[in-house]
Design a protein around this ligand. Structure first.
Ligand code: BG6
Length: 489
């Protein structure tokens, strides 16, 4: 396959270019790549959408969104270069015969085409049919797909099969934007560039792991969409399982897509099944009720605009996940994610085992275990909690729990925080699939998630209410307390 980089030209075709993802993420990410000089001067960005617009109208749409979503001041020279790449193509994406218009717009020839499906997955198949109809698919072309890839294992297979009719797996880039986050990428470095962690990363040294992805936002005007999904499909099946697999996988031989994806897949496949027999003991589902966030009253899920009164969709999930393999046997991974929690706060806490014997009993009756905290967002950083002697003369040895704190914003003051989509767009252009999810991974993740969803449906219990602005239902505290542990707040 042709390798693209800023040396070679591409045509980046965004289907659904007027949509939310494109406005908020894709166009700003491409602009930032322009700032960094990472887009070849002959590359073009072809925006495809259904409404009719002139190129001037589209450019003013782009400018408005860059102003809204790029944090830094827009550079006029860069903007001029960026605008010069833009092409707008009106298209009824469901109408195969209309794609000849797109063919006329695309230059063909030496450019590799990147087709970005920023549309509902229900029309991925139509887009593929249209591209094929207009002979717009070559072996070098790439397709980028957004989640959700399906609603369950079976529906994910349907979507993947529709795309696989025309694109090989090595042309397909399935986005999980968490894989483009700097702090998630840093998990590879932490684990495999530091012997301290590489050599202590298993059941002999680690007691348990907590992964929390909390959001303070609610449903943000997308109730209908969210209600079909729920937090399990929206966050656990993809983002949390991706984080878990990076934490739990065996060391890959190298950084290639083949090596990393193969190890991640093995980790997800080794997850102990949760089904009707153990779902009550291993999971908690919650739904936010009316509450307060930062002192402001916010409505519960069922009182949001457009809500259906008796919806049983969960907005919070906690799971005790276990991995049945040699490395992790007996080490629980507690996952927790929810909407309308007190703050946007995502972190991983690795709890190491306690010391077998305490010689400091006089000053510390129970030695706390070491904890490695990886702050994913915001306030990105890595923190190691450890015991230290308090300096000074005293008849007994006074010790204290302290932390080594590597705050990214303090350490890398001159570095801009890169958005996940910038990294992912660049990797698509470079033809590197290592930060994208393979079909096998998607299917393994659905297999595990489907079994939990099936078990919840079988019990037909409503999710447990929790007040908006709290850390979830009380039963999520019991989930971990039963094992004599507690969530790190
Ligand atoms: C998306 C989910 O994939 O991730 C949203 O669909 C969620 O519901 C979002 O809010 C969270 O992403 P981030 O990058 O803000 O943590």
């Amino acid at each position: 396959m042709k390798k693209l980089d800023c040396q070679s030209a591409s045509e980046i075709v965004i289907f659904g270019a007027l949509g939310d993802l494109s406005r908020r993420k894709l166009l700003p990410a491409l602009y930032q790549l322009e700032v960094c000089g990472l887009i070849n001067e002959r590359s073009r960005i072809v925006a495809v959408a259904r409404p009719t617009h002139t190129i001037e109208e589209f450019k003013s749409f782009v400018l408005e969104n860059l102003n809204n979503f790029v944090k830094e001041e827009i550079d006029e020279d860069v903007l001029a270069r960026f605008m010069a790449r833009l092409v707008y193509q009106q298209l009824d994406m469901k109408e195969a015969s209309a794609y000849s218009n797109l063919a006329d717009t695309l230059s063909g020839g030496n450019s590799t085409r990147v087709y970005y499906f920023s549309t509902p997955p229900a029309i991925y198949g139509d887009i593929c049919d249209g591209l094929n109809h207009a002979s717009l698919i070559c072996d070098d072309d790439r397709v980028v797909m957004e989640k959700p890839i399906g609603h369950c294992l079976e529906s994910s297979k349907v979507i993947n099969n529709q795309v696989a009719r025309f694109f090989n797996e090595n042309q397909i880039y399935r986005i999980d934007h968490y894989l483009g986050k700097e702090t998630v990428l840093n998990l590879l470095v932490l684990r495999f560039a530091n012997s301290l962690f590489t050599n202590n990363w298993d059941r002999n040294s680690i007691d348990h792991v907590q992964i929390t992805v909390a959001e303070s936002v609610g449903i943000e005007g997308r109730w209908g969409f969210y209600d079909e999904a729920g937090q399990m499909r929206d966050m656990i099946q993809n983002h949390l399982l991706q984080i878990l697999s990076l934490l739990a996988m065996e060391p890959p031989a190298d950084l290639s897509a083949e090596s990393i994806r193969a190890e991640k897949l093995k980790a997800v496949k080794a997850l102990s099944p949760i089904d009707r027999t153990n779902v009550k003991e291993k999971t908690v589902r919650g739904q936010y009720a009316d509450g307060f966030l930062n002192g402001v009253a916010v409505p519960g899920y069922l009182n949001e605009e457009g809500a259906i009164a008796n919806s049983k969709t969960e907005t919070f999930v906690a799971i005790k996940a276990e991995i049945d393999n040699w490395r992790w046997s007996g080490v629980p991974f507690y996952l927790r994610t929810g909407k309308r929690m007190p703050a946007k706060h995502s972190e991983i806490v690795v709890h190491f085992k306690e010391q077998p014997h305490n010689i400091f009993k006089d000053s510390y009756s129970e030695l706390p275990s070491n904890k490695l905290t990886i702050r994913l967002q915001p306030d990105e950083g890595v923190e190691l909690q450890m015991m230290n002697k308090i300096p000074g003369i005293a008849s007994q040895m006074n010790i204290q729990e302290n932390k080594l704190d590597l705050s990214f914003s303090d350490t890398y003051q001159d570095q801009r925080v890169i958005d996940a989509y910038e990294r992912l767009m660049l990797e698509v252009l470079n033809g590197n699939q290592s930060l994208f999810v393979s079909r096998d991974e998607v299917e393994a993740a659905w297999t595990w998630a489907d079994s939990i969803i099936d078990a919840w449906q079988a019990t037909s219990e409503a999710p447990k209410p929790y007040a908006a602005g709290s850390w979830g239902p009380v039963s999520s505290i019991s989930l971990i307390a039963r094992d004599d542990r507690q969530w790190v707040e």
